[in-house]
Design a protein around this ligand. Structure first.
Ligand SMILES: *Cc1c(COP(=O)(O)O)cnc(C)c1O
Length: 346
């Protein structure tokens, strides 16, 4: 197996990162005349902690993981982009991804001029473990797995993910954006054994903080070190750090929201089964349902006209005819049912 040292891009390995004023000194209770800040307009006048120590400590307690294993980014998207920039040489290296899956891996690959080799899931939306391994060559640096997968909604068996971790000779990114909704356990306890594993989680979904832009990457201190060298020095602003610290006190609320959304998902499933234009509702471990319809575009447009916006996934591979519907509040879901009733009686 290649080491992180062997996988990192040579220019990144030899990079001398920008050293910010708050890198050199990070203590408190001092007179700060080092960063050309304005002494007025507190508390917004000061640069934020570039390493978000307080926030990482709190997240570490919540997740039972040491802060040295935590990277925080401007959404998960930042960690996805940093993974490309850390390990993939533009025009030369490639990455492997399942298909269908979250669209950002493709976009980040395109922006970084990296080939993305997509390996279709099986018809049952399962991992083709052998196919994924066979798609890799000497220049395959990253494998992207999303579980529960977006947009299919299902978790993959831990045995398949472990098998990929044991055999893929590169970085494995496991995107757990929806893990709080899933019956399966997070892979966080496996970090100790796999230094090449990067687990992505986010505050955008179960925690209800999509607006403050905060994503987490959990991985080996070696990879955290690389990310810290490449990221913008002050990538998480003061407002986000402070708000997150406050909102993290609401773990009970988060659990209540998840339970309610899971109940609403059951109800939506039952309700959707009754419509003649809905052919299949795929099992979901996340906070959305993938629904196969007879006329996805027509239904999508009808719903838009009624002021209800869902996601048309009907052109995505293996998702022909499908709409992806996020589970909303009871009132929001009722508005969806009312609109679908109208479509039915049209
Ligand atoms: C929503 C989502 C995310 C979250 O992205 P953020 O940038 O953290 O908001 C990450 N991965 C997947 C698969 C998602 O669907």
């Amino acid at each position: 197996m290649k080491t992180i040292e062997q996988l990192i891009r040579p220019n990144i390995k030899s990079l001398r990162p920008y050293s910010s004023a708050r890198d050199e000194f990070s203590g408190e209770q001092a007179i700060f005349l080092d960063a050309n800040e304005n002494p007025f307009n507190k508390p917004y006048n000061r640069y934020p902690d570039p390493y978000q120590r307080k926030l990482k400590k709190k997240i570490g307690e919540l997740k039972d993981i040491e802060a040295e294993h935590i990277f925080l980014g401007n959404g998960s998207d930042e960690a996805i982009d940093l993974t490309f920039r850390s390990f993939c040489e533009p025009g030369i290296d490639n990455v492997i991804s399942i298909d269908p899956t979250y669209g950002m891996y493709q976009v980040a690959a395109d922006i970084n001029n990296i080939e993305i080799r997509k390996v279709k899931l099986t018809k049952e939306f399962q991992l083709d473990v052998d196919g994924l391994l066979a798609a890799a060559d000497q220049n395959s640096k990253i494998l992207f797995i999303c579980s529960p997968n977006n947009p299919t909604g299902n978790c993959f068996p831990a045995t398949d993910i472990l098998s990929l971790l044991d055999k893929f000779n590169g970085i494995v990114v496991l995107d757990e954006a929806y893990i709080d909704f899933a019956p399966e356990k997070s892979f966080l306890p496996h970090l100790a054994k796999y230094p090449n594993l990067i687990i992505l989680q986010t505050f955008s979904k179960a925690w209800g903080m999509a607006g403050i832009r905060l994503g987490m990457a959990f991985t080996s201190p070696e990879i955290i070190h690389i990310f810290n060298h490449i990221k913008y020095p002050y990538n998480i602003n003061i407002l986000t750090q402070q708000t997150a610290l406050q909102l993290l006190e609401k773990a009970d609320d988060k659990n209540t929201w998840v339970q309610e959304l899971l109940r609403q998902k059951e109800q939506m499933s039952l309700k959707m089964k009754q419509y003649p234009f809905i052919q299949k509702i795929f099992p979901s471990d996340a906070n959305y349902l993938l629904i196969k319809t007879t006329a996805p575009k027509e239904i999508y447009n009808f719903l838009v006209d009624q002021g209800v916006i869902v996601r048309d996934r009907s052109t995505v591979s293996l998702c022909e005819g499908c709409l992806r519907v996020t589970i909303g509040s009871k009132e929001e879901n009722n508005a969806l049912y009312a609109a679908l009733d109208q479509y039915q009686n049209k």
